[in-house]
Ligand binder design. Structure first.
Ligand code: AMP
Ligand code: MG
Length: 406
């Protein structure tokens, strides 16, 4: 059986990032991935301007000023932010200026207001500035034509602000991945249905849809398919035609009614992963259809589904979406506040809450049953403690690897 890290690598190697491009407006570009490098034909700043409220001066006029012997300059104009200076500074002159105001010709330095004394049409410079101090030079942050944001960047608040500043109104982004969600099982009913004896409500459909949306993919809810070979085959075929990937839950273990692998083979898929040395989540089928399409057959137990999504699908979707340098898995070291037990045969994930206490991570296991069928005590968890293969016990107070999921 493959180890978790091996499966992660196999998945990564199988993914072909989406190349399709669509244009979206500045107001709806949040959380999308750039499909092309963004450049601007403007310099930033657009023109020399002041970083402070004060006076624009010629450095040579004020280099030798002091509190005892202050230089006196004539104030020839007031430059309000957003307006062009009307005059050029000559020797012995200054201009009143505010943060962001355009530097007048002839000026090369800003003296901050705190180091001046205004006297009618004149200003006394009480402390010498450094040469060029508090001037933001045209092009000092960015020069026109260079790459401003590279293709493959995910757009969050800072990037949106940069795009706005560069006046990018229609932005080329990677088409969002479309992922079909199939729930398999005769026992399943939808939350809207009346609960009958022996039935189980299909929570995975909602779990995966929510997870996909949070990770920038479009869920295609395919609903519940009974444990029947033909029914599953028909629906998988349809889903393959519409979706980039398929995620199905259930039907991948060893029962007589676990049809997923059979359907994959019947439809010409190639199974690349069969099971992973992990708990919860051992049954796992990953298959390819042609060059681009992947099928993830993940176990039906809701906690297994959730942990499989967190552990494998988050980074996989980032890669499919064309993201460059997606952040590495947030696995940190901390101490555990509980004894953590495992059978030692599989990499074991226990769910709980991690807090920073005096700069150190501390993991506390969620109360209640750590059973892959119990999704109730998953609520609010922010992390998974990882017990490596071969370890049966991590004692309270010992170091543990913690996978942060929020
Ligand atoms: P399976 O992987 O099909 O053997 O299912 C394992 C367990 O997960 C069974 O108890 C199923 O009833 C349950 N299960 C399967 N699919 C779902 C689902 N979509 N939502 C909630 N529980 C499910
Ligand atoms: Mg089943």
């Amino acid at each position: 059986m493959l180890n978790v890290n091996e499966v992660e690598q196999i998945i990564s190697d199988l993914i072909k990032p989406i190349k399709d491009i669509e244009l979206v407006s500045l107001s709806s570009v949040d959380n999308r991935v750039l499909a092309q490098d963004i450049t601007s034909d403007l310099d930033f700043p657009y023109w020399d301007n002041s970083a402070m409220d004060g006076y624009a001066v010629k450095y040579s006029d004020v280099a030798l000023t002091s509190e005892k012997n202050p230089v006196i300059l004539k104030v020839i104009e007031e430059i309000k932010t957003g307006y062009s200076p009307q005059k050029k500074l000559k020797m012995g002159e200054s201009a009143r200026i505010f943060t962001g105001g355009m530097l007048p010709q002839g000026a090369d330095t800003i003296v901050i207001q705190e180091n001046t004394l205004r006297q009618g049409d004149n200003v006394l410079i009480t402390h010498p500035p450094l040469k060029g101090e508090f001037v933001r030079h045209k092009g000092s942050f960015y020069q026109a034509g260079k790459c401003l944001i590279p293709a493959g960047s995910r757009i969050n608040a800072p990037e949106v602000a940069i795009l706005a500043t560069a006046q990018c109104l229609d932005i080329p982004v990677v088409r969002s991945p479309r992922i079909a969600i199939i729930s398999t099982g005769d026992e399943l009913i939808s939350p809207q249905d009346t609960l009958k004896t022996g039935k189980i409500i299909d929570s995975n459909q909602y779990l995966i849809a929510s997870f996909l949306k949070q990770n920038g993919a479009i869920p295609l809810p395919w609903g519940i398919i009974p444990d029947e070979l033909d029914a599953l085959e028909t629906e998988v075929k349809k889903a393959l035609a519409e979706a980039d990937w398929i995620i199905s839950t259930g039907g991948v273990s060893v029962g007589e009614y676990d049809y997923v692998d059979k359907v994959i083979e019947k439809l010409g898929g190639e199974i690349k992963v069969k099971n992973v040395r992990m708990k919860p989540g051992k049954p796992l089928t990953i298959a390819t259809f042609g060059e681009n399409k992947l099928y993830f057959g993940i176990p039906g137990n809701p906690v297994s589904t959730m942990v499989t999504c967190w552990r494998f699908l988050k980074s996989a979707i980032a890669k499919l979406s064309g993201e460059i340098n997606p952040s590495s898995l947030p696995i940190v070291k901390g101490i555990t506040c509980n004894h953590l037990r495992s059978q030692g045969t599989r990499e074991t994930y226990l769910w709980g809450y991690t807090n920073l206490v005096d700069g150190y991570y501390q993991f506390t296991m969620a109360e209640g049953s750590h059973n892959s069928g119990n999704l109730i005590n998953l609520q609010g968890v922010n992390s998974l403690a990882i017990i490596p293969v071969g370890v049966n016990l991590i004692e309270m107070g010992d170091d543990v690897s913690i996978f942060l999921i929020k």
